[in-house]
Each structure stands twice: as C-alpha cells, then as structure tokens.
Design a binder for this molecule. Structure first.
Ligand code: OOG
Ligand code: MG
Length: 254
C-alpha cells in the first residue's frame, strides 16, 4: 500500500502545532517516505510564514542512540519559528513533552554539499557556538521507530545558540555541563559527537545533497546531542557551559 505523505505530514504538523501527542505510525513506512513526510510537514510551516534556517543532525552520539534505541544517523529541518533567543524563555505548554540536550552549532559561510573532507567542511564554516536543542517528539510516550522520528522532523522543536566564536577553535574535546538552575544535570565532551563534531558537518553535507539540496551561507547546522536529553522542568533556568565557547541558556515557564 502506498503511503499517504500529505496526510501524515498534516497529522504530525498538527500534533506539533497543537502540542498534542499522536500515536506511533500504524504501518511501517520506508525511509524515503519518512523524509518525504518530513519535507511536506516543513512545507506547511513555510506556508504559514516560517523561514528555513538550517538543519539538525541526530543520533551522532552513543549516549543519544542508547537513550532512544535508534542507531542510525538522522537529520531534520530547522525554521526561524524554532529559534529561541539566548537568555529568553519558552512555555512548556507549547510542547508535548520537551527535552533539552547540549549541542554545537555551525554557521555556514560558503555553499557546502556532497562528499566533503573534514578540511573542506571546516573551510565552509563562518563561526561555531555552544547550543541547546529542545526536542519534542510528537509521538505518545516519546517512543518511535527510526522512520517514525524522521517523519516527525527528527523531533526538532526549538534551539538556542550561544555566542559565535572563531571556527579555528579546537572542537575535538571540549568539556560541557548542562545545568538546571545551576545544578549539573548532564556532563560530557564534544568528543562524544562522532569523535569530533566536524564529522557531523561532513555528514550534514552528504545528507542534504542526497535530498537534492545544499547548505547555504547563513545556514545553521546543529551537530547533535553530546549527552542523553533531559526533560524540561517548569520554573527552571537551563544553561550550557562549554569549555572555550562559553555559555547559553533559557528560562522554562509553565
Ligand atoms: C530524536 C532527535 C535526535 C540528537 O541530537 O541526537 C537528536 C530524538 O531524540 O527525539 O536531536
Ligand atoms: Mg539534537
């Protein structure tokens, strides 16, 4: 039976828009169909006036794969509607069951797509920053298969980008602490992201080309969570401190 791409896109976009969970997909779909659903659901957001601002990589660390039971790299699309100002606030009521995870963001300076080397990827970077991703599966109980989560735009929901720094910063092994109200919640290192976060950018260039697209100047690429994600708690201030790159954070309201 062929998959009704538009119907699934409407269902998942509606679940995100209304912050209400939807059951896991009834029938397994192909990976190609899952990305087609993702694309169609983002088209709906763009039609409402949002703008594409980049992409996020997922399951680039072992901690994330273990937490979710999915072991293949995935990606999702970011829009300006997902951007949360550094130091700003989010309302829990806008989400289904949001979680936060520490990441690194790349700002793209030059077009990048296809099979590229690490030095080629680095040469396309304008700046790097500590970042927090707010993920929010639209599926009940935050449970999904690989294709379910891809169709759901890889749980993309929000992101905060900290101060931009020189791309010459050595990203290979930066210590990081995610805190709630100053209390450490998760610790890690950027080395957890594919051994080096730049490898995630290399993968981003490949997957975006496979989708017939390219990374463009001004795009943001999130490299993927370095630790398992933590559930957001109302009334807390979430912050990320990253060695060499500094800090970013946001308030969580009811
Ligand atoms: C899927 C998204 C994975 C990451 O950084 O690994 C992801 C999820 O965990 O819900 O964003
Ligand atoms: Mg993430």
């Amino acid at each position: 039976m062929s998959t009704d791409i538009a119907a699934l896109a409407e269902r998942l976009d509606g679940a995100a828009f209304n912050a209400t969970a939807t059951p896991q997909l009834e029938a397994p779909i192909s990976l190609a169909d899952a990305y087609a659903v993702q694309r169609a659901s983002i088209e709906r957001r763009l039609a409402r006036g949002e703008r594409r601002v980049g992409i996020k990589m997922g399951f680039t660390s072992r901690a994330k794969m273990l937490q979710m039971g999915v072991s293949d790299l995935i990606w999702g699309r970011l829009t300006d509607g997902m951007l949360v100002e550094d130091g700003g606030s989010v309302a829990l009521s806008r989400y289904v069951h949001p979680r936060v995870e520490p990441e690194i963001a790349f700002l793209i300076a030059r077009p990048l797509a296809g099979r590229v080397t690490l030095p080629q990827a680095l040469a396309a970077v304008e700046a790097v920053a500590p970042a927090l991703e707010i993920i929010d599966s639209r599926y009940e109980d935050f449970r999904f298969s690989l294709t379910d989560v891809v169709a759901d735009n890889s749980s993309s929901s929000g992101f905060v980008v900290g101060p931009w720094a020189s791309p010459r910063t050595d990203l290979s092994n930066l210590g990081l602490v995610l805190s709630f109200d100053g209390r450490p919640q998760a610790f890690g290192s950027t080395a957890a992201i594919l051994g080096h976060p730049l490898r995630s950018l290399v993968s981003a260039a490949r997957v975006i080309a496979e989708a017939g697209d390219a990374l463009s100047p001004g795009d943001i690429v999130l490299a993927g969570g370095a630790t398992a994600a933590s559930a957001l708690v109302a009334g807390t201030f979430v912050s990320l401190d990253m060695q060499s790159l500094g800090r970013c954070g946001f308030h969580v309201e009811e």
